[in-house]
Design a protein around this ligand. Structure first.
Ligand code: ACO
Length: 402
């Protein structure tokens, strides 16, 4: 265990494990995954039960504090979040500084990083009341920032948050509402989005969460650490996959629904061509989240109209892959993002917002991990070793000799 790890590290023996496939970096009480059995639990509660019975705000509390809240705790937590949704007026000026066609993910990470300049009391990572406040501020303001990044990109004015609305309702209104119109939140859309956020809320030591913990291990503040996590999530192999799935499905649709050519390229391992939304480092079985999303997709897409053709293509692709040797041998199954993009599109979100929705969902997990890391007496600054493969000592050659 820990003692052996320390001993080996300190005597200079180093294990080489690219991608940390088999290296535990911490102990954690937050999320349990059994990748072979396709099991996911937050704080012991199966994801299926939380998706069915909980709300995103309640699940956020559970992840951060370890227990389901009682009615009073949930009421206080909800009210706190509702009260912190507004952005400082000066922060709003940031949006003017970005190009109009800026992708909302880097806008989001920049604005989150900037939060630490507005709330300087957040800089001490060991000041618990301030960490609580920073956590609430993040949960409340990230949806507002995300909606403003979108509004800015389409040249529409920002709406002020409505503090009578719940987190998801507020976000939908800020994203799709207009000042001159009354925006009616569709309760089915709000419920479905809330559920999708629950499914994304944590996934133990994934790339962005490990990033948050790594940056935080230097005792960087919560805003700085989360901003780093957002940047990690922007990568196409991580949070960017949900948008990539949609471009892939569109490509197949535009090729008269014929997936053969695409699948051939995937199987020939042409550079950069993968069946997006398939495969997972940990799941070697059906991702339990993907099963929930797939079961929800048809209902929502039918209700909202459009997208049926793409959903059919996705389902056919899945059926094919589950029977095909290439995918079977490698245990490649749909992951959470195979079907989410189709739902987001039916809800009216542009593709650039898909990864932002993932970030809003993953936020409570990042916060919970950062807090666990800061409170853990075993935490040391993250500092992997390497196996050096460069030249041995060389003599400096002056410029005129080269
Ligand atoms: N399509 C085709 N082949 C694949 C795919 C895929 N989606 N995923 C993995 N493979 C193949 C690899 O080519 C490799 O084959 P080989 O053994 O013959 O060389 C084998 O399966 C193992 O793949 P690795 O890349 O080693 O697996 P790793 O654990 O490093 O990567 C990852 C996992 C990044 C998720 C990968 O499966 C992938 O790129 N998937 C597509 C992108 C995606 O959907 N990402 C979302 C991840 S989930 C999330 O962030 C919510």
């Amino acid at each position: 265990g820990v003692a052996l790890g320390k001993m080996l590290g300190e005597t200079g023996l180093v294990t080489l494990d690219p991608g940390f496939v088999n290296t535990g970096a911490c102990r954690s009480d937050i999320t349990y995954i059994d990748g072979d059995a396709g099991i996911l639990r937050y704080r012991g509660y199966p994801i299926e039960e939380l998706a069915k019975n909980s709300t995103f705000v309640e699940t956020s509390y559970l992840l951060m504090y370890g227990e389901l809240p009682n009615a009073e705790q949930l009421g206080n937590f909800t009210e706190q979040i509702q009260r912190h949704t507004m952005l400082h007026e000066d922060l709003k000026k940031f949006f003017d500084g970005f190009p109009k066609d800026a992708h909302p993910m880097p806008v989001l990470s920049s604005a989150v990083s900037a939060l630490s300049t507005f709330y300087q009391s957040s800089l001490d990572p060991f000041d618990e009341p301030n960490v609580d406040l920073s956590s609430v501020r993040l949960l409340a303001k990230v949806p507002t920032i995300a909606a403003y990044a979108y509004k800015n990109s389409i040249g529409q004015p920002f709406l002020y948050p409505d503090n009578n609305l719940g987190l998801v309702e507020n976000f939908l209104r800020l994203t799709f509402g207009l000042p001159a119109e009354q925006y009616e939140v569709d309760p089915d859309i709000a419920k479905a989005l809330d559920m999708l956020l629950i499914l994304h809320a944590d996934h133990e030591q994934n790339c962005s969460t490990s990033t948050v913990r790594m940056v935080g291990s230097a005792q960087a503040n919560l805003f700085a650490s989360i901003s780093a996590g957002i940047n990690a999530l922007f990568g196409p192999l991580h949070g960017g996959a949900n948008a990539a799935v949609l471009s892939m499905l569109e490509g197949i649709r535009d090729n008269e629904g014929n997936a053969d050519e695409f699948v051939r390229k995937v199987k020939n391992k042409e550079p950069g061509v993968r069946l997006m939304g398939f495969g997972h480092r940990v799941y070697k079985n059906y991702d339990p989240r993907a099963a929930i999303v797939r079961d929800t997709a048809r209902g929502i897409i039918d209700k909202l109209g459009g997208g049926d053709e793409m959903l059919d293509i996705a389902m056919r692709l899945e059926e094919f892959a589950l029977e095909d040797d290439y995918f079977v041998e490698r245990k490649l199954y749909p992951n959470v993002d195979f079907y989410t993009g189709l739902i987001y599109q039916a809800m009216g979100f542009p593709t650039e917002m898909f990864t932002v929705l993932f970030a809003i969902g993953r936020l409570p997990g990042w916060i919970a991990h950062w807090r666990e890391m800061i409170d853990d007496p075993d935490t040391r600054i993250g500092r992997p070793r390497q196996v050096y493969t460069g030249p041995t000592q060389r003599e400096y050659v002056s410029l005129d000799q080269r």
